[in-house]
Ligand binder design. Structure first.
Ligand code: SR1
Ligand code: MG
Length: 404
């Protein structure tokens, strides 16, 4: 399903976006506003537009017809702007406080106009500055439970669920994940990117047939299991925070997939931050930050599980779905998938395209190498132990063991 009329689309500049906003009546006088392009992500333009008189501001996000991080050689559908906007609007039905408000949109220009969150910081950045956010586990656990349950067959019934699912067919963005998360890191590939001193580790991973088989199975799940409407890219760069507020942004990878993929993405990124902090934080703060991150991993799952169970028992579409036995069955599957996908997401950030600042920004080369190797090993353990580790305590115990 695509609503974009390609011949209307033009790529905005800081000047032309104001002409557009004025034409749409979203600003009254373009001489009275400032505009800055601040997009530092991999795919889009993000303009912050500020009214000099009222001080009010808004964000204009525009999808580009290619992956900005790679260049025009990797074309991408503009329809992802519609998908992102509709995913934000779906989430706003259940957790309005946890997503930015959408003010306006224009599918022809692949544009969404939304709340400016400049008073927030990106969670990844905040964590790297050593900050702790007391609400993060509760907010993300709630976001995950509400969105994943309320888009599932058990919430909507199979007919309404399929009608919703057809709005979120997202081949180009799924293709990115299929390649960069599940495929390329496990073989020699031009898209891979890792330091020379990791070559031996990486090659031994390529030759680990047992691992490659498990990842191939997880890829099949990603390809075929349309359990819920996913965010699709829920790393710590997709979350804006202050001490009091959490906002999940950027669901352009949204599609119907296995629920554990989103939870795994978030837990993987907390895990990567934990591994990085062992090399980054000074000794005085290391144990406090580590405790905080381990607690956040455990609590995110605990909050998710409790809320998901409540929703299922209360609202399950069929009465026979409203039983503890069925809830245990559903949640056990989501937990195992969470671990498996967390493993894949951890490994891809070390070997594949698009790394994370947590690890790449470790200044000391020996410390960076140690973190990269630990991340790969943790990813393997997550994948292999996904049916063995019965709760987040197993993961956090493993991580505590790494730090010794
Ligand atoms: C080509 S896009 C690379 C990565 O950036 C996004 O945030 C996704 O994680 C994607 O895999
Ligand atoms: Mg993004």
């Amino acid at each position: 399903m695509t609503n974009v009329r390609e011949h209307v689309y033009e790529q905005f500049t800081e000047q032309s976006v104001l002409v557009y906003l004025e034409r749409k009546g979203l600003i009254s006088d373009r001489e009275q506003v400032t505009c800055r392009e601040v997009g530092d992500g991999n795919l889009n333009y993000v303009f912050i537009v500020k009214d000099l008189q009222t001080g009010k501001s808004l964000v204009v996000k525009q999808a580009l017809p290619y992956a900005k991080v790679v260049g025009e050689s990797w074309p991408l559908s503009l329809d992802r702007a519609r998908i992102e906007r509709q995913a934000l609007q779906e989430a706003a039905k259940y957790v309005p406080a946890l997503v930015p408000e959408v003010f306006d949109f224009d599918d022809d220009y692949a544009v969404t106009v939304m709340e400016d969150l400049s008073d927030h910081v990106i969670l990844r950045k905040g964590l790297l500055e050593g900050n702790q956010y007391p609400h993060i586990a509760n907010d993300i656990g709630t976001y995950l439970a509400e969105n994943l349950f309320n888009s599932s067959d058990e919430a909507l019934g199979p007919v309404e669920k399929k009608k919703l699912a057809r709005q979120f067919v997202n081949p180009d963005l799924c293709d990115i994940t299929e390649k960069l998360v599940f495929t390329d890191p496990y073989k020699k590939s031009d898209s891979n990117s890792y330091s020379e001193n990791l070559q031996e580790t990486v090659e031994s991973l390529w030759h680990d047939e047992r691992l490659v088989f498990e990842v191939t199975k997880l890829k099949k799940q990603f390809l075929t299991e349309g359990e819920a409407l996913l965010h699709g890219d829920l790393h710590t760069g997709s979350v804006f925070v202050t001490a009091e507020s959490t906002k999940v942004i950027d669901p352009e990878f949204a599609f119907y997939g296995p629920s554990g993929f989103d939870i795994g993405a978030f837990i993987a990124n907390l895990t990567l931050n934990y591994i990085a902090q062992q090399e980054r934080a000074d000794e005085a703060n290391r144990s406090e930050i580590s405790e905080y991150l381990l607690e956040a991993i455990e609590q995110t799952w605990a909050v998710f599980e409790k809320r998901y169970r409540e929703l299922l028992l209360e609202k399950g579409f069929e009465e026979r779905q409203q039983t503890a036995q069925y809830a245990d069955f559903v949640l056990e599957k989501i937990w195992q998938d969470t671990l498996g996908f967390a493993g894949c997401k951890t490994i891809r950030r070390i070997i594949g395209l698009a790394h994370v600042e947590d690890i790449d920004g470790i200044e000391d080369a020996a410390g960076r190498l140690q973190a990269q190797q630990r991340a790969i090993e943790t990813g393997r353990s997550l994948i292999f132990n996904r049916t063995v580790w019965r709760s987040p305590k197993s993961l956090t115990a493993y991580l505590k063991g790494l730090a010794k």
